[in-house]
Design a protein around this ligand. Sequence first.
Ligand code: ROI
Length: 163
Amino acid sequence: MNKITAYIGLGSNLATPKTQLLAAREAINALEGVSEQAFSSLYSSPPMGPQDQPDYVNAVMAIETTLPAITLLRNLQQIELAQGRERKDERWGARTLDLDIILYGEQLINETDLIVPHYGMATRAFVLYPLAEIAPFDLMIPEKGRLDDLLAACPLDGLVKLK
Ligand code: ROI
């Protein structure tokens, strides 16, 4: 089977966010057809969007996978639900766990449920800095450019690496 390197963004700002991210890491590792290549440090970041919610803990995980992108997405959504994620109408609200496919090889995916590269990734400190910890600096992000160029243009926005 063809193996693809994919990057998953993890975020949580409810119900002990650190624990949520570490549990998600275990659950992703337990998926058939997925193996972890690297896991970034955990970062704390002020909420982007509505400010009346707790700070987030964010991280990025690199995996190698034989799963098609849409199957990977469905599996990640199962993990979100298993960890108590509730779908609310409010856009950009607090959540126990958010798992996004930020990159899937160098593929461009434009489906109703799945847009890759993730639309916000090129300008979000809480994605770019953890990604840069575990990805090659010259990683090409389709339609957005090189990782090191994106990083140089991205202020930290209050992002702090956790110990
Ligand atoms: N803000 C931060 N800092 N981290 C996130 O993961 C995050 N996720 C979101 C919104 C609500 C856009 N804000 C965020 O979905």
